[in-house]
Design a protein around this ligand. Structure first.
Ligand code: PBE
Length: 271
């Protein structure tokens, strides 16, 4: 009698890019290891990291700045993407977590508003919002306003909004159109920044850290599946920001299922 095969579990946070990437990683790992892989979706940043460390989750994609701020509690200014990555890599290794690959793009928080509004008010930098913030509502995902990065932005630019409204990230863009919010904290790889004709404001005081996307592998995956780590390492540098934005837009603008977008990516990768 064989033990039932424990499927590999790929975690995902609750937004489109994570649904696409978790399917890419799951299908790719399944092929490489011969073990079925499932995705576990809609986890918050601390929950998914804790799951990885404890072995309930085998792999997921997280971002350098998120790991640095939310997991390591660091918000001081970093010198470079490379320095931030090296710091995170070392700290995670001490927790038994392996950085298997850097996918090749950053997904950073960006403050965004309708282009016409930005142009008529002459807004180009985050600091330009200071005058308007006391009358405006800002929208963000469910984590942002509790995260250290938001406090870093508020402090660096001396911003106080009349209201902070948390919502599902997929609703943020429409909320700028209806006027429910005047400005949003969007994701730089989101396909809807273009689709909704939004302008992003420059973080000229570098309040935000770099957010390179990393594939993280948990201790059990590495120990139990020798083929897993090399397979994940093969994803290193394979996705640039333009491609990630196209894949996100294929889901959010064109209505393709994340699994179809993932399958197309993997088919192209094999050639
Ligand atoms: N980010 C932008 C967020 C969401 C997208 C990468 C900084 C995060 O998941 O941490």
């Amino acid at each position: 009698v064989r033990d039932e095969v424990r499927p590999l579990v790929v975690g995902a946070k609750p937004f489109t890019e994570q649904y696409v990437l978790s399917r890419i990683v799951a299908d790719h790992l399944e092929r490489a290891t011969g073990t079925p892989a499932t995705t576990l979706e809609s986890l918050g940043s601390t929950v998914v990291f804790d799951g990885l460390r404890s072995g309930e989750i085998d792999v997921y994609v997280d971002y350098v700045g998120t790991l640095r701020a939310v997991i390591l509690g660091r918000t001081d200014v970093v010198d470079s993407r490379e320095a931030a990555l090296a710091e995170v890599r070392e700290a995670l290794a001490r927790e038994g977590v392996t950085v298997a690959a850097a996918l090749g793009f950053e997904n950073t928080y960006v403050l965004a508003l309708p282009r016409a509004q930005a142009e008529s008010l002459g807004l180009t930098r985050i600091g330009d919002l200071a005058r308007h913030a006391p009358q405006w509502t800002i929208g963000g995902d469910y984590e942002l306003f509790h995260r250290p990065e938001w406090r870093a932005i508020e402090q660096a630019y001396d911003l106080r909004f009349a209201e902070e409204r948390s919502m599902d990230p997929s609703l943020l863009y429409e909320a700028t159109r209806t006027g429910e919010v005047q400005v949003i904290v969007a994701y730089s790889t989101d396909g809807r920044l273009d689709a909704y004709d939004l302008t992003t404001l420059a973080d000229d005081r570098a309040a935000l850290p770099p957010y390179d996307a990393l594939v993280l592998a948990g201790p059990r995956l590495v120990a139990d599946h020798p083929a897993a780590l090399p397979a994940l390492q093969a994803l290193n540098g394979r996705i640039d920001a333009a491609q990630m934005r196209r894949m996100n837009a294929a889901v959010d603008r064109d209505g393709q299922p994340p699994a179809a977008v993932a399958a197309e990516f993997l088919a192209a990768m094999k050639n």
